[in-house]
Design a protein around this ligand. Structure first.
Ligand SMILES: [Cu+2]
Length: 462
């Protein structure tokens, strides 16, 4: 009886899924994600979708143009200036907070209008500093040069920020422990090559006050935002703004007919408070965070590589969180799904964020850290998505020690076959200890009690 109540409760609560954002290097985007992101950019310029049918006022639902106009109008020298207020006007300096909130809002609009799993990627110029990088492919940001008339110059006499320039800026924290330390940091970041050269290396629109018209703007500022977040985590408590009423829009804004309110820049000092997290080299680390369900009815985390949930990641009673990875999720000490919380960990084996066809598996998962059981189950998104056929998943793959076979039907037996077609390992359990197996590529053949056979390539590594 208890179980039934929980399931019904879940269906109600999981109705409206909007993601938290795990932002990643654009190189980690799948081709589907890139395609969707590009599509989202076009949609942001025509939110009502009426331009094609001869809309008389095509700009009134153009979010990107609106952002660019706002940015240009308040670039500097105004009460609401968003640039260059330091060192003379520290009371006005909102460079970092304003740009953080801008990316957040655009991302929210993309999630809302296009796909809840979209996030704005970042451009790490310390590694991607060539015009031949995939960033500029015509199927990604390259197409906007012509389509949006950006007159990019690619001024390669300007150097993109190097790792040592970034490290030098990130080390700024003097005079130590004071508000001025943050102001020095903000000033160093904004006025150094690290911020300028991302704009000026591209040139054209990116060098002008309406630079948000170039989609590269959001990836460039995505990287700046990531640096500020890292600085804040290394210099706890130092980020602080004097101004308390940062205007996002000037009141004439037409986006969706809504005038967005003033916000306190201090409220965005930790990007996690906006539901924004940054992944690095295949790892999204979720830590020091308490799920609040403030922005969304369910906090959903999506990333295709490792989601590492640990130190101080708390899901309080009555709060709900869904963590979804294509590859692997690790729950470590310090992660705590409290009694009465809703927690789902899900492996999206299709690696396809537009696939809505989810199959339903419920597993009891022993939480090794609390001595209590936590429900970890693969959930379906809606009743339209029910697929009754066989479901089988292998996790993680590649595997180093223990491989899990998750299936909706019972397993009769399984066999590992090596590249010579020889059987090297066999058994019946759903949890396989593969420690003794040599590294390499195998075919795992699973025979189910109903006679069906599934094969899958498995990689064993160190
Ligand atoms: Cu700017």
């Amino acid at each position: 009886m208890k179980k039934i109540i929980i399931v019904i409760f879940c269906f109600l609560v999981w109705g409206n899924l909007i993601s938290q954002s795990i932002r990643k290097d654009y190189n980690e985007m799948t081709s589907t994600e890139k395609q969707l992101y590009v599509q989202a950019l076009y949609i942001m310029r025509d939110l009502n979708g009426d331009n094609a049918s001869g809309d008389a006022n095509p700009n009134d639902d153009d979010l990107i143009l609106d952002i660019a106009n706002y940015h240009a109008a308040n670039f500097s020298n105004s009460t609401n200036a968003i640039h260059f207020n330091l060192p003379n006007n520290p009371q006005r300096d909102v460079f970092l907070a304003w740009h953080r909130y801008l990316n957040f809002e655009l991302e929210q609009a993309m999630q809302d209008y296009v796909n809840p799993k979209l996030s704005i990627p970042y451009w790490n110029w310390t590694t991607d500093n060539s015009v031949n990088d995939p960033l500029w492919d015509t199927n990604f940001l390259g197409q906007f040069e012509t389509n949006w008339g950006l007159t990019r110059q690619f001024n390669t006499s300007v150097s993109l920020p190097t790792m040592s320039q970034v490290n030098a800026v990130q080390a700024v924290n003097f005079p130590s422990g004071s508000l001025s330390a943050f102001q020095n940091y903000s000033n160093s970041l904004e006025r150094s090559n690290v911020h300028f050269n991302g704009h000026n290396w591209i040139g054209g629109t990116m060098s002008a006050a309406n630079s948000p018209l170039d989609p590269a703007f959001y990836l460039h500022h995505g990287m700046i935002d990531k640096l500020w977040q890292e600085w804040g985590e290394n210099n706890t408590g130092l980020s602080s703004f004097i101004r308390v009423d940062m205007p996002r829009y000037n009141g004439n804004h037409s986006f969706n007919g809504v005038n967005l309110p003033l916000i306190d820049p201090d409220s965005v000092i930790d990007s996690k408070s906006l539901g924004v997290f940054f992944a690095n080299n295949g790892v999204a680390s979720l830590h020091n965070y308490t799920v609040s369900n403030q922005h969304n009815s369910v906090e959903t985390f999506y990333y295709q590589y490792l989601i590492d949930v640990k130190d101080g990641f708390i899901i309080p009673s009555l709060k709900s969180s869904l963590i979804e990875s294509v590859n692997s999720i690790s729950l470590k000490a310090g992660f705590h799904a409290k009694a009465g919380s809703n927690f789902i960990a899900k492996i999206d084996t299709d690696n396809n964020i537009v696939t809505l066809g989810r199959r339903n598996i419920i597993k009891k998962y022993k939480n090794p850290f609390k001595g209590k059981e936590t429900n970890v189950f693969l959930n379906k998104l809606s009743t339209d998505d029910i697929i009754e056929d066989l479901e089988i998943k292998f996790y993680p793959n590649p595997v180093s020690e223990t491989l899990f076979i998750k299936t909706t039907k019972n397993i009769q037996s399984w066999t590992f076959i090596d590249i010579n077609g020889k059987e090297v390992f066999k058994g019946k359990d759903k949890v396989l200890n593969v420690k003794e197996l040599n590294n390499g590529v195998y075919i795992l053949k699973v025979i189910l009690v109903n006679g069906q056979t599934i094969t899958k390539k498995i990689i064993k590594h160190e």
